[in-house]
Design a protein around this ligand. Structure first.
Ligand code: ADP
Ligand code: MG
Length: 131
């Protein structure tokens, strides 16, 4: 994918709903491993959604598919109902910010989420009163 391409739609407004529909993914460098098989997922706009799973379960792959670092071999990734493959790639990536946990000295998930997302993250506020 070439992020300097000028082609593709740039939506004038963004709601922020992200959807995976029947996504199947295999990395070209490991053709024998099916990383995602028929995955459906809706991430609603204006909400905080956590992807939780064991190492290697596919969390980073989902983020990579959203930003089109790879295109899935099957199914669709949609932003506000539009397939991301029809969007301007530079614009799409400007809408995403990403912070990798591995660059940090292994904080708790809560500390990491608080640092990354700030106190607006409602799950953190809730958990704080529990502890
Ligand atoms: N660039 C890549 N090339 C080949 N295989 C990959 C690549 N990135 C991830 N994988 C494989 O895809 C699976 C899911 O990995 P990943 O999305 O990184 O999981 P998580 O972020 O949940 O730890 C793993 O089996 C991993 O080895
Ligand atoms: Mg990961």
């Amino acid at each position: 994918m070439d992020p300097t391409l000028l082609t593709g739609y740039k939506p004038p407004v963004i709601e922020g709903t992200i959807e995976l529909r029947r996504v199947r993914h295999i990395y070209p460098s490991r053709p024998k491993v099916v990383v995602m098989n028929d995955v459906d997922l809706v991430i609603p706009a204006r909400k905080t959604t956590a992807l939780v799973g064991a190492s290697g379960s596919g969390k980073s792959t989902i983020v990579g598919l959203m930003g089109r670092f790879y295109d899935p071999v099957g199914g669709e990734v949609l932003l506000d109902g539009r397939n991301v493959q029809g969007l301007n790639l530079h614009w799409l990536r400007q809408q995403i910010s990403y912070r990798s946990r591995s660059s940090l000295p292994q904080p708790s998930i809560r500390t990491f989420a608080m640092d990354s997302l700030g106190p607006d993250m409602s799950i953190c506020r809730k958990r704080k009163s529990d502890s």
